[in-house]
Ligand binder design. Structure first.
Ligand code: ZN
Length: 365
């Protein structure tokens, strides 16, 4: 199975520079009962505003993603106007186009001054009809949502759609947003200010200008490198046309993804993942790869279906040069992902070996 994954996904995928994402824009317009010309415009976003919004979207997600309009349609079903999160099902079921790799945007008027909401990548499998991004039409560039009318809402919601959490997810504790280079944030920040809300995280001041905080459109202006990496990884798992079909992993299995960025001396490095039960030897080899088969100074991705609730796994990585994969000959790293969540990341610095256990490694009583 491993070999097949490599042939089908790894090698081909790594060649791709940019992920191209088609957009289907469903514009909900207020039903005009022949009252005034102003009514007629409710919900309608001009072509230039849409283009400006897509331009900003592309700038925000570059160089990893590129978005292009595949279709725009206007719908005036009054049940789709002035909705909340619970009320978007029929709209999506009727209008949605494409598979999990298509970004469906629904612009309409939202209740309770909500700016928007989105579904996450892992949700799409099995729930494709409900997958997508919903925004208030006033958040488009030039819209009527003051402070949030430069297109930042679409970028924020698309960040969720590609797998990002808020930077303030989990507050100061725990795994937070599961991205290593965004400082922990205690509470949402609504505008740009100098603040270190989690002073003990060792990462410095809040990234208030991050698109995944709640800063207004004057403030929000960037994604971190780690966020872009996470989005690409989740894209490959859940949204890519070449993604690992979950049919390949059985219901009781989990998708293991290993990412290794080698240094310039890739031939010195190799890794192996073994499976077993705690206290006994981990005998069964799940995955192994030699550095000579990996791309030099680049990210290499490997997949396998495993059972984390049943078995204990151990990953071991070796470097013949005794200098690890960081930082003498490049900035390498090694990360382990289970079902789209990163459970471990290490720079493997200045050592000849490193190991990590995961799965069910409790010693039975
Ligand atoms: Zn959000």
């Amino acid at each position: 199975m491993m070999k097949e994954y490599l042939a089908r996904s790894g090698a081909q995928r790594r060649k791709r520079q940019v992920v191209n994402v088609p957009i289907h824009w469903h514009m909900i317009k207020k039903k005009n009962k022949g009252k005034s010309a102003k009514d007629e415009k409710d919900g309608v976003i001009s072509e230039s505003a849409i283009n400006e919004g897509i331009e900003r979207l592309n700038a925000a997600f570059a160089p990893n993603f590129s978005f292009i309009i595949a279709s725009i349609e206007i719908n005036d079903n009054k049940r789709y106007w002035h909705i909340d999160k619970k009320g978007d099902d029929d709209m999506k079921k009727e209008l949605r186009k494409g598979d999990c790799s298509a970004l469906n945007i629904y612009s309409t008027r939202l209740k309770q001054q909500s700016l928007g909401w989105a579904t996450m990548p892992n949700y799409c499998f099995g729930n494709m009809a409900s997958d997508g991004v919903v925004i208030d039409y006033g958040t488009a560039p030039g819209g009527n949502t003051y402070g949030y009318n430069k297109g930042g809402t679409l970028i924020h919601e698309t960040g969720h759609w590609l797998g990002l959490y808020h930077t303030f997810q989990g507050g100061c504790d725990g795994n937070g947003d599961q991205v290593a280079d965004t400082p922990a944030v205690a509470h949402p920040n609504y505008y740009c200010q100098d603040i270190d809300s989690c002073p003990n995280d060792g990462l410095g001041v809040d990234q208030v200008e991050n698109f995944m905080d709640y800063g207004d459109d004057f403030c929000a202006s960037e994604f971190s490198e780690g966020q872009l990496t996470r989005m690409t990884a989740l894209w490959n798992m859940y949204r890519s046309d070449e993604r690992i079909e979950f049919n390949d992993c059985k219901k009781n299995e989990n998708l293991l993804m290993i990412q290794i960025k080698t240094d310039m001396k890739n031939r010195q490095t190799r890794f192996i993942v073994k499976r077993g039960w705690p206290k006994k030897k981990l005998r069964f080899t799940v995955m192994k790869e030699l550095g000579k088969n990996m791309k030099k100074n680049d990210v290499n991705t490997f997949y396998e279906c495993i059972q984390t609730d049943k078995f204990c796994y151990q990953m071991r990585i070796f470097d013949k040069g005794h200098d690890g994969i960081c930082c003498k000959n490049g900035k390498g790293f090694f990360s382990i992902w289970i079902d789209g969540s990163q459970i471990w990341k290490n720079n493997f610095e200045n050592l000849d070996k490193q190991k990590k256990r995961f799965g069910n490694c409790l010693v039975p009583k």
